[in-house]
Write a protein that binds this ligand. Structure first.
Ligand SMILES: Cc1ncc(C[n+]2csc(CCOP(=O)(O)OP(=O)(O)O)c2C)c(N)n1
Ligand SMILES: [Mg+2]
Length: 755
């Protein structure tokens, strides 16, 4: 393939004409003999030799953009967002270390190629990128699932398309690397690594970016190490919307504790020198920096974007004049290292290399089956998880951590006490477990669930965070990536939702987009559900629909103290062994419940299992629990619904109606086999669901029954499609015990079901 001159785009012609003009101007002059080992420009740390290498990366990146468009035109490629105009980022890569984890903007072709060249032995970054563009199964990071920049050997962590959503993770990683070192734990990257995260100028305005800048400044203000280098590649525009002149400088330089650096992205030597200075600042002081690169965008937002619709010719020409390829070519010509003819020859040589590689990879196999696509989604090793769930420290170590009395000797525990003891055991057995969130440390949690952990394990492992759920989950994303086992807490389920993309778009997708090369294990504890008796909607939210549809996510919903202990151990083991992302929904209203049927019966307490019984008590992911064996009706429920249903079953039993009550325990994956078995056992099912009627869990259970060919009768009682009001009015919209009893009776008499 060799496009004719007429096919060449504006940038190509402009590059060729400008270099040609330099040749004409310099004709007659003997080319100076430059010294490759000398600075490419007096005063710069960039040598001529290094500049030549980086020029190769820049040229390769430019031709990758052109190849992407050619592949698209052939129907072989699927991604045309390019890096043209941003190739100065090769200088950023060159000034950093191969072991500095990088979370990159989508215009990072030259960074990626420069870093690939740093590897020992060097990688062929061009092939990696081309395989991504065509969605080839052999692509080394996402395996054809997306076009991302990433490679485990290059410490490049793949990013999603959601702009700036990788910044909270970069914050978390920069927080976790020094933390892991301080705790004496092995981490994937050296303790003196810095984390580099890049983004565009429009993306700086996103709450994830603003939140990260704020959180980084907040940490620095408290003298916490935060080796984070944020690079803003400012091309002045986001798709078609101009960024106000001076805004990035104003926004990036006004953060307390974050040092601002600026470089002209078209001047490779300046980019390199400025990045060296910024990296030294970050690495030596363990303090964040904001590196502002002025760049240009050449060729529209993506291949399909006709920028002439919203930009005038003068603007487009001004960007061409600042083409970083020309900038580097001038540097090399001025240094006497290349003649204009040699520049043009290298340009053409790079074109041939990239295009012939594009030609040869175009027919590479793509993913062809759902099984192939989904293979890395949620690896599960139930046997290893079962074994891991029994991990426990030696007796004397436990005794030291728990104080005089072990929890199994403390008599029956509440749900909150059971979770507290399980967390304590987990922290004793697993040095990587860290517990953090709002109010979890000094206060011990709003409901006392993490009480005592700070005193037992210290502020290195148990700490209060700033009030920002996005940053809390970002800390978990980075800590998991670094090799820790984070257990973040979200104070109320309603407050997960303003940060949910960090779970949905970031945590859950990482194995998918990296084929497991990178993982972010975590167990997110969330105080959940209603029936608190006060607080209104935001403290009584039960919205789980947004979690249940996230591929691979494990959603645990324990109700009883003994189940919570076993399930938390399962989640921690699944996170550790399988890299699972687990959400652990704790019913607030049951935290301190003691009784079930009558005051003083202690029916909601349970003793803590001694470690020798943990294996027998293991609860695998997706396994329900059946209470009772009544043959008249099956009540399927979870969370507070279990408490209500067991009470309802008790009253119905007194009326001669035998129920069995199925506690789902896991909302994702739903225990389909258990649901069907218990439904078929009676042929009459009442689903008692405290979540909303629309989009709530009952819809999933009904679907399991329908999919499984259940032929009996089924009805459901749920909470209303409403927000929860303050005070006693809450009961008007919430699932009630009476509604469950009525529904069972109606089902048995064949009359209309309640609900
Ligand atoms: C959260 C989110 N909203 C919208 C988009 C769609 N989108 C993709 S790129 C982009 C503009 C980004 O501009 P900028 O940050 O300046 O980066 P540039 O493309 O100019 O390098 C938008 C709006 C997105 N990817 N993510
Ligand atoms: Mg931009």
């Amino acid at each position: 393939m060799n496009p004719s001159a007429a096919d060449r785009d504006l940038a190509e012609r402009h590059f060729a004409e400008t270099i040609d003009a330099l040749r004409t101007a310099g004709q007659g002059r003997a080319p100076a003999k430059g010294q490759p080992e000398a600075p490419v420009r007096p005063g710069s740390a960039l040598t001529g030799e290094r500049c030549l290498e980086l020029f190769a990366a820049q040229l390769g990146s430019r031709h990758l953009d052109l190849a992407a468009r050619w592949l698209r035109a052939q129907g072989a490629g699927y991604y045309t967002i390019g890096s043209s105009g941003h190739e100065g980022n090769a200088g950023v890569a060159a000034a950093l270390r191969l072991t500095d984890p990088a979370l990159l903007h989508y215009r990072s072709g030259a960074f990626y190629l420069a870093r690939a060249a740093q590897a020992v032995p060097p990688r062929d970054g061009v092939a990696d990128v081309l395989l991504g563009i065509i969605g080839a199964a052999a692509e080394p990071i996402a395996g054809g699932r997306h076009k991302v920049f990433g490679h485990p050997d290059l410490s490049v962590i793949p990013q999603t398309s959601t702009i700036a959503s990788h910044l909270p993770r970069s914050l978390g990683l920069a927080f976790a690397l020094p933390r892991a070192a301080r705790l004496g734990l092995p981490a994937r990257w050296p303790a003196d690594a810095l984390v580099v995260a890049s983004l565009g100028d429009a993306s700086v305005n996103h709450s994830t970016a603003a939140g990260t800048l704020n959180a980084a400044a907040y940490c620095t203000y408290q003298r916490l190490p935060m080796p984070l280098l944020i690079v803003c590649e400012d091309n002045g525009i986001g798709i078609s919307v101009r960024t106000p002149a001076g805004w990035v400088a104003a926004a990036g330089s006004a953060r307390p504790g974050i040092r601002y650096f600026h470089a002209d992205g078209s001047d490779l030597a300046e980019v390199y020198d400025t990045t060296l200075a910024a990296a030294a600042w970050v690495r030596e002081r363990r303090s964040p920096a904001f590196l502002h690169l002025s760049t240009v965008r050449i060729g529209g937002h993506a291949g399909s974007d006709a920028e002439t619709g919203y930009r005038d010719q003068a603007e487009i020409k001004a960007d061409l004049a600042a083409d970083p390829l020309l900038g580097t070519a001038r540097l090399l010509i001025d240094a006497g290292l290349l003649t204009p003819d040699e520049v043009l020859a290298r340009y053409e040589e790079s074109r041939q290399q990239v295009l012939s590689m594009a030609d040869s990879v175009a027919p590479f196999p793509r993913l062809t089956s759902a099984a192939e696509v989904m293979a890395p989604l949620a690896p599960r090793t139930p046997d290893a998880v079962a074994a891991g769930a029994t991990a426990v420290a030696a007796d004397y170590v436990r005794k030291e951590a728990f104080g005089r009395r072990l929890p199994e000797e403390a008599g029956p525990l509440t749900l909150a006490q059971s979770i507290n003891s399980t967390l304590t055991d987990a922290m004793v057995a697993r040095p990587g477990v860290c517990v953090f969130g709002e109010d979890v440390a000094r206060k011990g949690g709003v409901y006392g669930v993490t009480r005592g952990l700070l005193a037992r394990f210290g502020a290195g492992r148990v700490f209060d965070t700033l009030l920002d759920e996005q940053s809390i989950l970002g800390l978990a994303l980075g800590a998991g990536l670094a090799g820790l086992l984070p257990v973040p807490e979200i104070q109320y389920l309603a407050y997960l939702h303003n940060a949910a993309d960090q779970l949905r778009g970031e945590a859950a997708t990482l194995p998918f987009f990296s084929q497991g090369s990178f993982r972010n294990p975590m167990v997110v504890r969330i105080a959940s559900y209603a029936y608190q008796g006060f607080g209104g909607h935001f403290h009584n939210d039960s919205s789980v629909a947004a979690l249940r549809d996230i591929p691979g996510l494990i959603v645990a919903s324990p109700a009883r103290p003994e189940d919570a202990a076993a399930m938390l151990r399962t989640c921690l083991a699944a996170a550790e062994h399988d890299g699972s992302v687990c959400v652990f929904l704790e019913p607030i209203a049951l935290y301190h419940a003691r009784d079930l049927h009558a005051a003083g019966d202690g029916g909601w307490l349970a003793p803590y299992q001694p470690p020798e019984y943990w294996a027998a008590a293991h609860v695998p992911v997706g396994q329900a629990r059946t209470h009772g064996g009544g043959a008249d009706a099956t009540i399927i429920t979870f969370g507070n619904g279990l408490w209500l249903s067991l009470r309802a079953a008790g009253r119905l039993a007194a009326q001669g109606i035998g129920c069995r009550v199925v506690d789902l325990r896991w909302l994702a994956p739903l225990p389909a086999a258990d649901i069907l078995r218990e439904a078929n056992a009676t042929g009459r099912v009442v689903i008692a669901d405290e979540t909303r009627r629309t989009g709530g869990v009952s819809e999933g259970v009904l679907t399991v029954l329908a999919d499984g060919g259940f032929g009996g009768r089924v009805t459901r009682v749920t909470s209303e499609d409403s927000f929860v009001p303050l005070g006693d009015a809450a009961t008007t919209v919430l699932l009630s015990q009476a509604a469950i009893e009525d529904a069972v009776r109606a089902l048995l008499t064949g009359g209309p079901a309640a609900g």
